[in-house]
Design a protein around this ligand. Structure first.
Ligand SMILES: [Zn+2]
Length: 528
């Protein structure tokens, strides 16, 4: 027997966008060994998958699982949806490099002290990640937030020459140690001070290493198109490949059209860029981002004093950020937060009315109650419509990603929720393929396999052909869909039959197998 596993009679969607075809697929030594008509008895195990699709494993181009994969490496939320690879370190958030663990934890999604930060360099972090044996393959971007915290600290200004030099050294080292690119989150408090020149210099370092520049742009509202222009200018100037993160701005279709015009103009000029979008009709973020940098100076006790002081609160209210820019506290909903029972799953508008106070003062009261768990309070911002998302996805350069962390409905992450984590790919397929027929199955699969693989420069993943890695998803096209809802997000998707990661069966019989065969995919070595 020369094959480890044969899938018989499935419909192959190969991830290139080409029409599907019926064939058997054989796996050996972690690779796709045969596609075609395979005689019976060739495989140690043979699985009949008639009526089902077999596709490349899905690639989550925009993930924030940097830390949660250390806490629970099974990535059940992702595997259940056919995801076999995640790109972490997006939006300037991530786990390395780290100079000061206490400071650094503020730009790590889901940080919760279950896994203490014992690493400093990217090499040490990636080694730690490998030791955790994640179920999915992982590639990492170097987060600008950590580069700034390691040099500029919390100061709200551009880097000084010596700081910028240090940032460049840290970035170059991280890229050398295996990161595949660099990311910014210029709308976030740690990074708002970063100048275009700083970022351009760091993009230049990235370009030298052949890396990708992914950016959560400086403005995602009225000035979104200008912010995209900045991103394009920065990347072009540095000669860097560009990935614009979650492109769709807040503020309606005309604002989106202006952003897409910027992208199209750059593509027409020959720029190397693409973008991604998540699948939520709302955004999710940490409530703590309402806090201006000055409010956090001096640590926990100083912050607690300011949160309790009316004059300081009035000053805080003038700080513009992702949350206040929504402009309507009825559209800002607090997720499950234990410290003030009765406030969870309600908008701050509603909370304010119920206690007869200004919504912002309620925000401060909650942050004060959560002063030792500032990472915990999350809010959802009701910002998008399905039409807005559809218009975004329909662009040829748009990929779809989770913009969430990998979770699991049992184990140490069972109490954590993150909208999109369990639903992004399954919602995308159900809604955009099966129900609204916005895309053919081939087109939809391409957006979460072949296209991200091309963007990442992967040559042996993302499409199904002989000699490629056996990262595979087998699913029932009539069934595949999400179960998670706004109120109960942490429910695994349905309809996925088998998921293989590097040839290892990771999902079958509606559950994870316990095998974890993901690899840390390190960037291409610098040439010459
Ligand atoms: Zn982002």
């Amino acid at each position: 027997m020369k094959l480890d596993l044969v899938f018989r009679g499935g419909t192959i969607i190969d991830g290139t966008g080409r029409p599907s075809f019926d064939a058997d697929l054989g796996v050996a030594d972690g690779m796709i060994a045969e596609v075609g008509s395979i005689p019976r008895g060739q495989g140690r195990e043979e699985l009949d998958i008639r009526g089902q699709y077999i596709t490349p494993g899905f690639i989550d181009i925009h993930s924030h699982s940097d830390y949660t994969l250390l806490v629970d490496p099974r990535a059940v939320s992702q595997i259940a949806q056919g995801v076999t690879m995640e790109v972490i370190g997006n939006c300037g958030w991530g786990c390395s490099p780290i100079a000061n663990p206490v400071l650094s934890s503020s730009v790590i999604y889901g940080y919760g002290e279950q896994v203490p930060i014992t690493w400093h360099t990217t090499a040490e972090y990636l080694e730690r990640l490998e030791q955790a044996r994640p179920a999915v393959n992982v590639a990492m971007l170097v987060p600008n937030g950590q580069l700034r915290l390691a040099t500029v600290g919390l100061a709200d200004r551009a880097a000084r020459p010596a700081e910028l030099a240090r940032m460049k050294t840290l970035l170059a080292q991280s890229l050398e140690e295996g990161a595949i690119g660099y990311s910014t989150g210029l709308e976030y408090v740690t990074e708002v001070g970063a100048s275009e020149e700083d970022v351009a210099e760091l993009c230049h370092v990235t370009a030298l290493a052949g890396g990708l520049y992914a950016t959560h742009t400086r403005n995602r509202e009225e000035r979104a198109a200008e912010a995209i222009e900045e991103a394009i200018r920065t990347a072009d100037h540095a000669g860097c490949r560009l990935q614009i993160s979650h492109l769709t701005p807040r503020g309606g279709i005309s604002n989106l059209e202006r952003c897409i015009e910027q992208v199209d103009a750059a593509l027409a000029r020959g720029s190397d860029l693409a973008f991604d979008m998540h699948t939520r009709l709302f955004g999710t973020t940490n409530l703590r981002i309402v806090l201006p940098p000055w409010a956090m100076a001096g640590g926990r006790d100083a912050l607690a004093r300011r949160l309790a002081n009316a004059a300081d609160r009035d000053r805080m209210k003038t700080f513009r950020n992702l949350i206040t820019s929504v402009g309507d506290w009825d559209k800002v909903v607090l997720l499950e937060t234990p410290s003030i029972p009765g406030w969870s799953n309600r908008s701050f508008g509603e909370i304010g009315r119920s206690v007869g106070r200004d919504p912002y003062d309620c925000v401060c009261e909650l942050l004060l109650a959560e002063i030792d768990h500032l990472h915990r309070p999350m809010v959802i911002l009701h910002t998008y419509t399905e039409d807005l998302l559809r218009r975004t996805y329909q662009h040829a350069s748009c990929m779809v990603g989770s913009d969430a962390t990998a979770l699991a409905p049992n184990g140490p992450l069972a109490v954590t929720s993150f909208h999109g984590a369990y639903t992004w790919a399954s919602w995308f397929y159900r809604r955009m393929v099966r129900e609204t027929k916005t895309f053919t199955p081939e087109e939809a699969v391409y957006k979460i396999t072949g296209l991200p693989a091309k963007t990442l420069g992967l040559t042996d993943r993302g499409t199904l052909s002989v000699g490629h890695r056996a990262d595979l998803a087998v699913f029932d096209p009539e069934l595949f869909g999400e179960r998670g809802t706004t109120e109960r997000p942490s429910q695994t998707a349905v309809g996925m039959t088998y998921v293989l990661v590097n040839g290892v069966v990771t999902w079958r019989d509606s559950g994870v197998t316990g095998q974890r065969a993901g690899q840390v995919l390190r960037g291409r070595k610098r040439e010459g």
